[in-house]
Design a protein around this ligand. Structure first.
Ligand code: GAL
Length: 682
């Protein structure tokens, strides 16, 4: 179930973007709408940054322009995702209530003249934000164009002001009960940090040297909760006027909010994703991010709320997407569970800070290569109508959570080169390349439906979550754990004893030392994987019941285990104690998948080609400059390409730059996929 079901039942896949008519004349609106129809746009997000126009002075509203825009859109059959305009408060609010502007860690108050300058704890900001949200709700609840509510925009900022400090103390008091418990959790015996009273505690503001790590992670938890309460206050008034689903747009792995803790507050999960077109690793990273977004929505179809049609304006050097990349980026999102493909923005602005950002309708107008591609994309998405609502059925879970990202990104660790997101990408990439569906889920997710659980980088994990993870092997699943895992408990306190403390039994290993490697790495003799060099990181671990699959072959760790596997009944637990080369990791990950009985949809994926299965459709993208042949195997006699609307044989050609959406393939192992439910789908 997704909050998009009703909308996609009417429209198929959704297509559109941010629409900012307030920047244009009513005559331009009419041209916009005609062009939207021609491009088969069926959803636009309106009003994200229009607070100062909707409420020019406190309590005085100007709705007429928005009335007209919504009527025009509805007349053209275009649904509206209507935003509360609270991401950018009008200058009058800062003038009347200076405390509504956020303060940075050095004590500098943000000025008006940009956006997102608000403080989440200022009562006056909250009051005015809820008031405009409520006025919007009252006015448009029954407007026939309204399909979705969109609260604010890209929550994720941080404020260190006194109002936030007071709220932080209240939050801490709820979490810890009394100051002594906080002192214990934060380890304040260190550096004379012991607090006598709540009033002495402040956010991690500018300090001469390192912050207390527990304070830093708690402040990030608090900030995410504070943002969520701003979201909730607005969502509540929107929900009070009807059943229209409510969403907000996240930013992938951005560290500002812990999306998993927001899941229950969203009817639809939406993400903004701006992959870098000149980065060859961008498609893999995009797929990972989409798997994260689907996981936040517990498997439900999601909305790609924003992406760029060409270039962005905020990188120092903005290489644009090719039109092929534009199409493939959209298909990839669909393949990974998106039911809507939207952009920032419909028409390129000619004034303001984003005038040099691409758009679906460029400054040069509709008679352009880019806009023709936009129209072709509309036709392509229409051909994929039947995909809307279909699940991605994943048997593999990749475990990630924000507290681990925060704790893993703190300064003063053994190495800042062992990065949570790098590791996540490295372990996800082989699965993505093989076309094996993978859900990115938090450690607290129900893992019972997954055959393989992969933990590339989870330096912080609570005792309860650690126990649930160990249970994967006990019930016969496969578990793959990367280095420096479960090092800290939920308070960031380092666990004592051999590591990874909660999993020494299940993994059959006992770790003693973390040993970041010199720049040239260290040799490893692979009993199973041949010789290779580990880089960045190594660990001194003993095998205690695990079989050794690769051994350090030099230096201090000469002869010590590097990669280990412990069999346990039907289950298997793998431990990788180093950063290993991509091609070795690929073999390890695919061996784990084989241990778990997880197979790829195609036996062979040609180099550079990307495949992914959604529902009963296999999407194949060929970004290379050569035609390739896909071998669909024996289980493919009646396969149709939805994009071309034609039957293909068992060995269809996938042209250079092309894409196929193949429907009617039966899985190689003969299982009927429609009988399986995703582990993350409950
Ligand atoms: C997003 C934002 C949009 C626009 C876009 C430009 O982060 O939500 O309003 O600024 O970036 O890439």
């Amino acid at each position: 179930m997704s909050g998009l079901d009703a909308l996609t039942a009417r429209n198929g896949l959704l297509y559109g973007g941010d629409y900012n008519p307030e920047q244009w004349s009513p005559q331009v609106w009419r041209e916009d709408i005609e062009l939207m129809r021609a491009a088969r746009v069926n959803l636009v997000t309106v009003g994200v940054f229009s607070w100062s126009l909707l409420e020019p002075s406190p309590g005085e509203y100007a709705w007429e322009w928005l009335d007209e825009v919504l009527d025009l859109l509805h007349g053209a059959g275009i649904a509206v995702d209507l935003a509360t305009p609270t991401a950018s408060a009008p200058p009058w609010l800062a003038a009347l209530h200076p405390e509504t502007s956020a303060v940075d860690a050095r004590g500098v108050r943000m000025s008006v003249g940009s956006r997102n300058h608000w403080c989440p704890s200022a009562p006056a900001y909250r009051e005015h934000a809820v008031r405009i949200a409520s006025a919007l709700a009252q006015r448009y609840a029954d407007h026939p164009a309204l399909a979705l509510w969109h609260v604010g925009n890209e929550f994720g900022q941080t404020c260190w002001c006194d109002l936030c400090a007071a709220e932080f103390r209240t939050w801490l008091a709820r979490r810890y009960g009394d100051v002594d418990a906080l002192n214990e959790a934060w380890g304040t015996a260190f550096w004379s940090q012991r607090y006598r009273d709540w009033s002495e505690i402040v956010p991690p503001r500018a300090v001469p040297y390192l912050h207390n790590p527990a304070q830093s992670v708690d402040f990030q938890r608090f900030t995410s909760d504070q943002m969520r309460s701003v979201y909730r206050a607005q969502a509540e008034v929107l929900r009070a006027v009807g059943d229209t689903p409510v969403t907000t747009n996240f930013m992938g792995f951005f560290s500002g909010v812990d999306q998993h803790s927001w899941s229950d507050d969203l009817d639809v999960v939406a993400d903004d994703h701006y992959g870098d077109p000149q980065d060859p690793t961008s498609p893999a990273r995009s797929a990972l991010t989409h798997d994260l977004t689907r996981g936040v929505g517990r498997g439900a179809p999601w909305l790609l709320m924003e992406q760029a049609a060409g270039g962005v304006n905020w990188r120092p050097h903005n290489v644009p997407k090719t039109t092929t990349q534009m199409w493939h980026d959209s298909l990839r999102a669909v393949a990974h569970g998106a039911d809507g493909i939207c952009y920032f923005q419909w028409r390129a602005s000619s004034a303001g800070a984003e005038s040099f950002h691409s758009a679906l309708l460029p400054h040069a107008g509709p008679d352009t290569r880019l806009h023709r591609a936009v129209q072709a994309q509309g036709r392509g998405l229409e051909a994929l109508r039947s995909v809307a609502g279909a699940p991605v059925r994943a048997r593999v879970a990749l475990v990630f959570d924000w507290p681990s990202l925060w704790a893993g990104s703190l300064p003063a660790r053994p190495s800042d080169r062992l990065r949570v997101l790098d590791q996540l990408e490295a372990y996800h990439r082989p699965l993505w390349r093989a076309g094996i569906a993978t859900d990115v889920v938090p450690p607290s997710a129900d893992l019972t439906g997954y055959d393989l659980v992969v933990l590339p980088a989870l330096p912080l994990v609570s005792d309860d979550d650690a126990a649930a993870i160990a249970a994967v092997v006990e019930r016969g699943g496969a578990l793959l754990v990367g280095p420096f895992s479960a090092v800290m408990d939920a308070t960031t306190r380092v666990r004592t004893g051999p590591f990874p403390a909660p999993w020494t039994q299940v993994l059959g290993v006992a770790g003693q030392e973390w040993r970041p490697l010199p720049d040239d790495g260290a040799p490893v003799r692979g009993e199973r994987y041949g010789d290779f060099r580990a880089s960045v990181w190594s660990e001194l671990v003993d095998a205690r019941g695990a079989e050794v699959l690769a051994t350090y072959g030099g230096g201090d760790l000469d002869g010590d285990p590097c990669v280990l596997r412990r069999a346990d009944g039907d289950g298997a637990a793998w431990y990788v104690s180093a950063v290993v080369p991509d091609e070795i990791l690929e073999r390890i990950v695919l061996d784990c998948a084989a241990d778990a009985g997880v197979t790829a949809p195609l036996e062979h994926v040609p180099d550079g080609v990307e495949v992914a299965v959604r529902g009963d459709v296999l999407l194949a993208l060929n970004p290379t400059s050569r035609d390739v042949v896909l071998d669909l195997g024996a289980h493919a006699d009646d396969v149709r390409d939805l994009l071309a609307g034609a039957l293909v044989g068992r060995r269809p050609t996938l042209p250079a730059g092309g894409a196929l959406a193949l429907c009617g393939l039966r899985p190689a192992d003969g299982t009927d996929q429609t009988d399986q439910t995703s582990g993350g789908d409950e």
